[in-house]
Design a protein around this ligand. Structure first.
Ligand code: GDP
Ligand code: MG
Length: 452
C-alpha cells in the first residue's frame, strides 16, 4: 500500500514506548524527533509536521490513557486522530444527475482515472455511466479511453476527427447526456498556460458540470498544492484525485498539500488497472496505514459476484471462534473472488493472521498458489469431512489425494493450514482487544484500540 515507509517509521518510533507508563523529557524528545523524521521522509511539509508532533507531545502529557490501554497504544491512537484530522473529512457524491469535468496537467492520469471512475460508479451503484473524450491535443486519447473500457458497458463518446473540444462536448452531451453520470475527459498541458485555461473555461461553460475533479500525480509531492490552487481559481475544483500513489513512498506530500487547499480528496489511484481506484476516506486510509486494518474497505473490494451480507456473516462467525474447513473454504472462495492476496492483506490489521501484512512478494505469491491447490483438494472432500477435518486419517487422505490428483503431502499441508487458522481464530476470540478493534473497523471508529 501507499506510504509503507511512513508506517514503518511510526511503528518503530512508537515501539520505544513498549512497557512504559510515563515518558521523561528525553524520551519524549526522542519520540517526537523520530515521528517528525518519518513524516518528513514521507514528504509532509515542515509546518504540518511540526503541528502534528507538537499536538502529540501535548496530548501525551495531558491525556490519561483509558484503563487497560498501554501508553504505546495511546500514542498510536493520537497519531491516528491527528493524521485523520490533517487529511480532512470525506465527501459524498451522489450517483445521479452528475456531469463531471476531469481536469489536470499532462500525464497525471486523467484518462485512466476517467475510465476508473466510470467503472467504479457503474459497479458500485448499478447506474448508467457514459464518458466523453474531449482531449483533442493527444492523438489516440479516444482509442486509449475505449481500450480502458473495452470490457465494460460504459458508453464511450468521442470524435477523433474533430479538432474542437467544445463541439465534441456539445455533441457528446446531446448523445449520452441523459446517463446518470457523465464524465468528460479533457486535454492537459505541461503547465496551466493561457491556452489550456481558455479551453477549460469554454468547456466548463458548455458542460455546466456539477463536479470538477482535478487529477494530480502523487509524485509531484508538495507542488500539488499550488497546482490545485491554480485549477481551483479557474474552474472551482470540487474534488481532487491523487493518482499513482502506488509509485511513490513520498505520497504524503501530495495528500497533505491538497488537504491544505481545502479541496477534499475524493479518490486515490493505486495502479494502472481500471479497478485500481479507491474512494478516499481519511479515517479508513490512516487506519490501514497504521496497521489497524479496514474491514469495510475489505468488503468494498468485493466484486458484484460476492454477497456482501455473506462476507459480513463470515467475518462475524470468524470472530465467534467457530471455524470449520467449510468456513475456511468459504473464506478462500471469497478471497479468490475478491482478487489478489496483496489487496486483501493491505486491509487487514497487522496483528491478525500473525502479521501477514509484512509478508514479502514471494511469500504472497506462494500463498496464492497454495490457495488454488487447497481449493482443488477440498472439491474432492465430502461435506462431513469439510465440517470435521479431524476425521481425516490416512485412508481418507489417500482417497482425497487421488481424487484431486495431488500428493498426500499436499492434503496434509491443507490440514496443517486449517489447524493453524483455527488456532488463530481462537486467538481472535480470546483477544478482547482485537475483537474490540474489529468491531471498531466495522462500525464505531472511536472505539478503536490497537493490539500491540
Ligand atoms: N502506477 C500507476 N500508473 C498510473 C495510475 N494512473 C495512471 N497511470 C499511468 O500514468 C500514465 C498517464 O496516464 P493518462 O491517464 O494517460 O494521463 P493523462 O495524460 O492525464 O490523461 C499512463 O501510463 C497510466 O497507465 C496509477 O494510479 N498508478
Ligand atoms: Mg489523457
Amino acid at each position: 500500500m501507499a506510504l509503507e515507509g511512513l508506517k514503518k517509521g511510526i511503528f518503530s518510533a512508537v515501539a520505544r514506548l513498549k512497557g512504559k507508563r510515563k515518558l521523561d523529557e528525553a524520551e519524549m524528545k526522542e519520540l517526537t524527533k523520530s515521528i517528525r523524521r518519518s513524516l518528513l521522509e514521507a514528504d509532509f511539509n515542515v509546518r504540518q509536521t511540526k503541528e502534528i508532533t507538537a499536538r502529540l507531545e501535548e496530548r501525551i502529557l495531558e491525556e490519561e490513557p483509558q484503563p487497560g490501554i498501554t501508553l504505546q497504544t495511546h500514542a498510536m491512537n493520537i497519531i491516528y486522530t491527528e493524521l485523520v484530522r490533517l487529511l480532512g473529512a470525506p465527501r459524498e457524491i451522489r450517483p445521479h444527475n452528475q456531469t463531471i469535468l476531469m481536469v489536470g496537467l499532462y500525464g497525471q492520469g486523467k484518462t485512466t482515472t476517467t475510465a476508473k471512475l466510470a467503472e467504479w460508479w457503474r459497479k458500485r451503484h448499478g447506474i448508467r455511466v457514459a464518458v466523453i473524450e474531449a482531449d483533442v491535443q493527444r492523438p489516440g486519447a479516444y482509442a486509449q479511453l475505449k481500450q480502458l473500457l473495452s470490457d465494460s458497458p460504459v458508453e464511450v463518446y468521442g470524435d477523433p476527427e474533430n479538432p474542437d473540444a467544445v463541439s465534441i462536448v456539445k455533441s457528446g452531451l446531446a448523445k449520452v447526456g441523459n446517463a446518470d453520470v457523465v464524465i468528460i475527459d479533457t486535454a492537459g498541458r505541461d503547465r496551466l498556460d493561457d491556452e489550456l485555461q481558455a479551453e477549460l473555461e469554454r468547456i466548463h461553460k458548455v458542460a455546466n458540470a456539477t463536479e470538477r475533479f482535478l487529477v494530480i500525480d502523487a509524485q509531484v509531492g508538495q507542488a500539488a498544492g499550488p497546482v490545485a490552487a491554480g485549477f481551483h481559481d479557474l474552474v472551482g475544483v470540487t474534488g481532487v484525485i491523487v493518482s499513482k500513489l502506488d509509485g511513490t513512498a513520498r505520497g504524503g506530500g501530495a495528500l497533505s498539500a491538497v488537504a491544505t487547499t481545502g479541496a477534499p480528496i475524493v479518490f486515490i489511484g493505486e495502479g494502472e488497472k481500471v479497478a485500481d481506484l479507491e474512494k478516499f476516506e481519511s479515517d479508513r486510509f490512516i487506519s490501514r496505514l497504521l496497521g489497524m486494518g479496514d474491514i469495510r474497505g475489505l468488503i468494498d473490494l468485493a466484486p458484484d459476484s460476492l454477497d456482501q451480507e455473506e462476507a459480513m456473516r463470515l467475518t462475524e462467525r470468524m470472530m465467534s471462534g467457530r471455524f470449520t474447513l467449510n468456513d475456511m473454504y468459504k473464506q478462500m472462495e471469497m478471497m479468490s473472488k475478491i482478487g489478489t492476496i496483496d489487496k486483501i492483506v493491505s486491509h487487514l490489521p497487522d496483528s491478525m493472521f500473525g502479521g501477514l501484512g509484512s509478508m514479502n512478494r514471494r511469500q504472497k505469491e506462494e500463498m496464492q498458489q497454495n490457495l488454488e491447490r487447497f481449493r482443488v483438494i477440498m472439491d474432492s472432500m465430502t461435506q462431513d469431512e469439510k465440517n470435521e477435518p479431524q476425521i481425516l486419517k490416512s485412508e481418507r487422505i489417500r482417497r482425497i489425494a487421488r481424487g484431486a490428483g495431488v500428493r498426500e503431502k499436499n492434503v496434509r499441508e491443507l490440514l496443517t493450514q486449517w489447524n493453524r487458522s483455527r488456532k488463530m481464530m481462537k486467538g481472535i476470540k480470546g483477544n478482547r482487544k482485537l475483537r474490540r478493534q474489529m468491531k471498531g473497523m466495522m462500525g464505531d471508529v472511536d472505539d478503536m484500540d490497537m493490539p500491540m
